[in-house]
Design a protein around this ligand. Structure first.
Ligand code: NAD
Ligand code: MG
Length: 362
């Protein structure tokens, strides 16, 4: 087991990574809060059925009143209407300033519950209990919370950190294999941008990691969290270093938008986006062919990346409207070796078009 500390500018907390964690969450959380008047577990019906009981029992054993608030699974529910409904439910149950919120589920639930915690009575404590690979290695760490608008993803939100994160590896046993593989693309990203030893470990153990064998999956999860924690510690508000976490995400977001957020999982779109970024890096002579091949091979090792229908020019146009675009130029995180990246701010649309066309032909 590992306890990974996150020492960000505005908060410090521990990410616990282990098997069989759920039952001990309550007793580990109690000393972290000033006082816990009552507990709300925010989850989906399916995750509640699979994993809710040990979390609920733990708090009840401590004598706490526990209410479960249910949200149907899926990104389509990550909306302000859901947030408003949850706020009304908190009010109806008499939630006060010493209320503890528990996010039990994937990134959708984690982002929404964190946001709810940030705005209920201007902020109450919450904990993250991520149950997808993606939420364990990525969304539960770093303090970004929020919801989507019709105009785009994650346009509303707050930086708000949990008291602690509990990543229970056992919960991954019920995760659909495709969700596991898609989440692993964020770990590939972590390796490429900063952790060459993680990248090499994933290359050497790709098959077992893909199959969800915990002996090899656990170190991958822990290293991915360490990488994200380091970056967030250095740059909590994404004014500099944190931008490197966007490797693969500029084109990835365009693919998600072009396919209506339905055909591909986030990690799969990011897999394609990393391939496009690799092609862009090669065209600028930032990356040698052997290293480019290692990266694309590892991305495909956690595939298959589903094919999708989109015009290259349409993807380029959508990339230009990405919210991370600054002052007319396209910024890209491009790998220069396994473990290092450059932030390139002057990518032209023509250059990007060629890279996207190359990606689409693969
Ligand atoms: P998700 O929350 O939609 O979960 C994926 C699916 O798996 C859902 O159907 C869910 O019900 C199911 N599921 C979850 N845990 C399960 C389990 N243990 N067993 C069986 N089924 C389970 O998706 P996700 O990939 O976890 O998260 C995606 C979200 O995270 C997006 O909204 C994205 O914007 C957000 N995100 C946020 C950050 C951040 O920094 N805050 C970073 C990355 C992604
Ligand atoms: Mg991502």
């Amino acid at each position: 087991m590992s306890d990974i500390r996150v020492e960000a500018a505005s908060a410090s907390y521990t990410v616990h990574v282990d098997r069989n964690l759920l039952a001990s969450i309550a007793e580990r959380t109690a000393p972290l809060a000033r006082k816990i008047s009552q507990v709300f577990i925010v989850t989906s019906p399916e995750i509640d059925r699979l994993w809710g009981a040990p979390v609920r029992n733990g708090f009840e054993t401590l004598g706490k009143r526990v209410t479960t608030l249910l949200i149907p699974a899926g990104e389509s529910h990550k909306r302000m209407t859901t947030i408003e409904r949850l706020l009304e439910e908190l009010a109806q149950h008499g939630a006060d300033r010493d209320t503890l919120l528990v996010a039990l589920g994937g990134g959708v639930l984690g982002d929404m519950t964190g946001f709810l915690a940030a705005i209920w009575m201007r902020g109450v404590p919450f904990i993250q209990v991520p149950t997808t690979l993606l939420s364990q290695v990525d969304s539960s760490v770093g303090g970004k919370t929020g919801a989507n608008l019709a105009a785009g993803k994650n346009l509303v939100g707050a930086f708000y950190h949990p008291l602690a994160v509990f990543a229970d590896l056992d919960t991954l046993s019920t995760l659909p294999p495709r969700e596991l593989r898609a989440g692993l693309q964020e770990s590939v990203k972590a390796g490429v941008i900063r952790y060459p030893q993680l990248f090499a470990f994933m290359e050497q153990n790709a098959e077992a990691i893909r199959n969800g064998e915990l002996s090899v999956l656990q170190p991958v999860i822990e290293d991915s969290i360490r990488m994200k924690a380091e970056v967030v510690e250095a740059d909590e508000r994404e004014s500099g270093l944190r931008m490197i976490l966007n490797f693969g995400h500029t084109v990835g977001h365009a693919i998600e938008a072009a396919t209506g957020y339905k055909q591909l999982l986030h990690g799969e779109a990011i897999g394609w986006g990393m391939i496009a970024a690799v092609r862009l890096a090669q065209s600028r002579n930032l990356l040698d062919e052997a290293t480019a091949t290692r990266i694309t091979k590892l991305v495909h090792a956690f595939g298959p990346l589903p094919p999708f229908e989109a015009e290259a020019q349409h993807l380029v146009t959508l990339t230009g409207s990405d919210k991370k675009k600054r002052s007319g130029t396209l910024s890209f995180i491009l790998p220069t070796s396994i473990g290092t990246v450059d932030i390139v701010r002057d990518v032209t649309e023509a250059e990007l078009l060629t890279a996207v066309e190359t990606m689409l032909a693969e």
